[in-house]
Design a protein around this ligand. Sequence first.
Ligand code: 2AM
Ligand code: CA
Length: 294
Amino acid sequence: MNPINPNSRNEREPYVVTSKGHTAVAINAAAKAGEWIKSRQGQVKELGTKTSAQDLVTEVDKGVEQMIRRLILTHYPDHAILGEEGVEPGAAAAAAALEEAREHEYLWIVDPVDGTTNFVHGFPFYCVSIALVVRGELTVGVIYDPTRDEMFVAEKGKGAYIHGIRASVSTENELAGSLLAMGFPPDREFAQPANMAGLQQLLPQIRGIRAGGSAALHLAYVAAGRVDAYWEVGLNPWDCAAGVLLVLESGGKVTDTRGSAYDIGTRHVVASNGRIHDALIASLKAGEATGYQP
Ligand code: 2AM
Ligand code: CA
């Protein structure tokens, strides 16, 4: 701020656009990022791995995260951003980064490409996920699927929308009639056995199961009523933050796999239409598939 005249901008200070709301900024960033990702499908040049051969990263993930960061900081230079590609791989590094990030009043949580494996293989099920946490509370969640050109938007207390049309969770009451989604993060030591145990336990009780490879998009599908519930053990904050708000604002329920309240640090997540939530958790517990010590 110029100390002599607070209204005259110091030439060295960056110009800050302040006229757009948080949600508009998130939508704009997700749309731009999504278009760019889609244009690069099938053209990955630098395929890298993180913790294992299953844990992929590409130049697109990194480039898109930079693009989203720049777009957000253009509007809100003092906000904090927690992005997948800015954090070292592994649960411990993610937890440490989140603890540091929690200090900030305005925290954006960004996954530039959720479903990187799909993106690399040309399997069209991946998305951009952007959430805003204000003083610890999820307030905006935007997920954009560039393949289907679907923009899922939720604002705290204002509902969830797909291209402006109100989204709501399904009305299924029974596991027997439910289509569920789940997934397998690349960690084979801890997450894979837990998720396999859940699959083994639930598959015989339900109508069908899908493991599409994008936690964020599966959460958006719960919000849209396309699947009745979703669970996964071993997630990071950027995989779920935006999707969790979408589910809550479309009338669903989100907890950890034991039924405790969701927090942005929760790694073992259950999201549902609310009606089958308790049955799903009881089943995961019975199958020792919660990812927590019994
Ligand atoms: P990603 O594509 O953004 O990496 C698979 O069901 C889910 O696990 C995807 O949402 C995938 O997100 C996520 N995932 C991939 N690597 C992960 C990791 N190391 N830890 C936690 N989740 C991960
Ligand atoms: Ca990602």
